[in-house]
Design a protein around this ligand. Structure first.
Ligand code: GDP
Length: 321
């Protein structure tokens, strides 16, 4: 058995697929838990499918978690499974809480029963800061979530800390700000823009319908952020970290950067559509990654401009350009 064995819950998502690649390159045996059948097609995993072992399990089902843990004997478990599009958490609040809040409770209990020596990473989120009074936010900033998604993530975060303190488990949370990639879902604003710009460039579309152009976010590259997850589990002492770029950018910056890359003037194509406008956000979600940079030695490799260009190149290719 290889000495390093990782189980990724939510392996078929954006972060799961980047983390799987990263750990395989480090020589880990990588196991992924999926809700559907392992033989199904998982688009984001196609290029590494032969190197991974997929097992069926569900955060809603405690016995399936214990069974997957027993079958794989992981040294590290990463919990990246969650419905991640924040607005959906308002239409499915109970299901969101089941997966995120009660799901982590089942997972921590399963690890405690099967092997409390497993190192555990919990995907916490900048959404936990919600209407934060100060910017940038760091590990000391009080949580004030403003969505069922954010509230459930706060519960999961606190529970992870409780298991660390009460049972002396190596259980940590990474508070990650928005992180994007060509594998991001099309409903998220970065991917919506890069996909739209790619189609406009190829003459397949002639407008891009957007919501609030002045909303601010701290956007990084998912590939850089999964490295931080791994670093957190290699420390001597378990602790929580904010992972962010430290720079706030507006949706308008995003749109301008994307159109400029393909040589088009954004004002000619962007139409504001009330359907996409969210209630005004008087807060600024931007993270301070100082602690992670100092203690983990983490830095990002990919800048905002490089990220947007990478996403547009991939979308142009996908649309046959
Ligand atoms: P979130 O940070 O998890 O909500 O990530 P999103 O990528 O969905 O949205 C980031 C921000 O972009 C929010 O403040 C939205 O108000 C803003 N935004 C502006 N136009 C759009 C749009 O057309 N779609 C989405 N998803 N967000 C938009």
């Amino acid at each position: 058995m290889p000495p390093h064995r990782a189980l990724i819950i939510g392996v078929a998502g954006q972060d799961g697929s980047y983390l799987a690649e990263f750990l395989l390159a480090k020589g880990y045996a990588v196991y992924g838990m999926v809700r559907g059948a392992p033989a199904e097609r998982y688009e984001r995993l196609e290029h590494v499918r032969d190197e991974l072992e997929l097992l069926q399990g569900d955060l809603l089902d405690q016995s399936s978690l214990e069974s997957v843990l027993k079958q794989t004997s992981p040294t590290e478990v990463y919990n990246l499974a969650a419905p991640s599009f924040v607005p959906t958490s308002w239409t499915q609040p109970a299901l969101t809480s089941e997966f995120i809040a009660i799901g982590v409770t089942r997972l921590l209990e399963a690890m405690r029963n099967v092997n409390p020596g497993i190192r555990f990473y919990q995907a916490s989120s900048s959404e936990m800061f919600g209407r934060a009074k100060n910017a940038p936010q760091n590990e000391e900033t009080p949580f004030s979530p403003r969505s069922p998604y954010g509230a459930a993530k706060v519960y999961a975060h606190h529970l992870t800390t409780n298991y660390r303190e009460r049972y002396d488990m190596f259980a940590v949370s990474g508070i990650l700000y928005n992180h994007e990639s060509p594998r991001r879902g099309l409903e998220f604003v970065t991917r919506k823009v890069t996909d739209g710009v790619a189609q406009i460039k190829l003459g397949k579309k002639d407008e891009l319908r957007m919501g609030s152009m002045d909303a601010l976010r701290d956007w990084g590259f998912a590939g850089d952020y999964v490295r931080a997850m791994w670093l957190m589990l290699q420390q001597r002492v378990p602790d929580d970290y904010v992972i962010a770029t430290g720079k706030a950018q507006s949706v308008e910056d995003l749109v301008a950067t994307a159109f400029e890359y393909v040589g088009l003037e954004w004002k000619r194509y962007v139409v504001i559509d009330e359907k996409f406008v969210r209630p005004s956000e008087e807060y600024v979600l931007v993270g301070d990654p100082t602690k992670a940079m100092k203690e983990l030695g983490w830095t990002r490799d990919i800048s905002f401009d490089q990220l947007i260009r990478m996403m547009i190149d991939a979308d142009i290719k996908r649309h046959g350009g």
